[in-house]
Design a protein around this ligand. Structure first.
Ligand code: SAM
Length: 293
């Protein structure tokens, strides 16, 4: 968000993302720049860092590192999949690094998963520099569409999807329309009864009174009955603290399949039943701003 500057002067040995509006910056010590290109949509960079593995940067903004992406990908996925009664068809909008898709495919009940990413180059670079995130790409349930997620959702068949995960860049450029009431209305139409949409909703500290509040309002205006924001740590993003906002179609998001979460038949590194319960408890300042429990 609001990145007006990032320095990648390797003579200093540091990559720095500067958040001008917030008066802060985040740096990683880098060993080498592995790749740089201007794709049709954005500037893509890959670095090798000293302690966080590989780093992907899009338009100067840190997207993910090898070391800490599990926090984000697990929290974008498992709370929603363990809240829905029986998710069979899941669509990821954005998420070109394939990390969210990989978490979705860990659920044996999922029969069909789609990744709808506008920039195919993000996926191709992820295959090369983050192969561990792409290891489920050959799963027969995995489907890939490279194009605009906003249009894809507008054209989606009504009542055809159980969960939509919006794993987008910040709400500027091609992702801006993914943070909009019209997009959520199209999600509402595409979702089956009991369906859930999840949106990455930026930093609780910086954006509760702006982006998170607006996302919640837009989701409610689009007809979603239940909306909840789940905070979680994400060290490489501004303030080190991030959030996922879920909205349910005819669905109360307060409860989830706790026993199934506890007995999950796959490995996670951050997510578990108690982490999920804890993420549902909002800090007081967020409750005050969002007027929620
Ligand atoms: N975890 C990251 C974050 O919060 O900064 C997001 C990771 S993922 C790489 C974001 C992806 O969203 C990018 O690859 C970008 O190309 C994609 N994206 C942005 N706008 C899109 C759109 N309208 N349709 C589909 N994908 C989009």
């Amino acid at each position: 968000m609001s990145v007006e500057n990032s320095t990648n002067d390797l003579s200093t040995g540091w990559f720095t993302e500067v958040f001008q509006n917030e008066g802060t910056a985040f740096s990683l010590k880098v060993k080498a720049k592995l790749h740089e290109e201007q794709s049709e949509y954005q500037k893509l960079e890959i670095y090798e860092t000293e302690t966080f593995g590989n780093l992907m940067v899009i338009d100067g903004c840190v997207m993910l590192t090898t070391r800490d992406n599990f926090l984000y990908h697990e929290m974008m996925t498992h709370p929603a999949l363990f809240t829905h009664k029986n998710p069979k068809k899941v669509v990821v909008i954005g998420g070109g690094d394939c990390g969210t898709l990989k978490e979705v495919l860990k659920h044996p009940g999922v029969e069909e998963a789609w990744q709808v990413e506008i920039d195919e180059r993000v996926t191709r670079l992820s295959e090369k520099y983050f192969p561990e995130l792409c290891e489920s790409n050959e799963d027969p349930r995995a489907n890939f569409f490279f194009g605009d997620g906003i249009k894809w959702m507008a054209d989606a068949a009504p009542n055809s999807i159980d969960i939509i995960i919006v794993d987008s860049t910040d709400p500027v450029g091609p992702a801006e329309g993914l943070f909009a009431v019209d997009f959520y209305r199209n999600c509402m139409v595409a979702l089956r009864e009991g369906g859930i949409v999840v949106q990455q909703s930026e930093s609780p500290l910086l954006h509760t009174d702006s982006i998170i509040k607006n996302v919640q309002k837009d989701m409610r205006d689009a007809g979603f009955e239940s909306v909840r924001t789940l905070p979680f740590p994400q060290p490489v993003y501004p303030t080190g603290w991030w959030s996922a906002t879920m909205a349910g179609k005819n669905h109360v998001l307060k409860y989830f399949r706790e026993e199934d979460a506890e007995q999950r038949p796959f490995v996670t590194r951050y997510y578990n039943k108690k982490v999920h319960q804890a993420a549902l408890a909002l800090p007081q300042f967020m409750r005050d701003i969002l007027h929620t429990e």
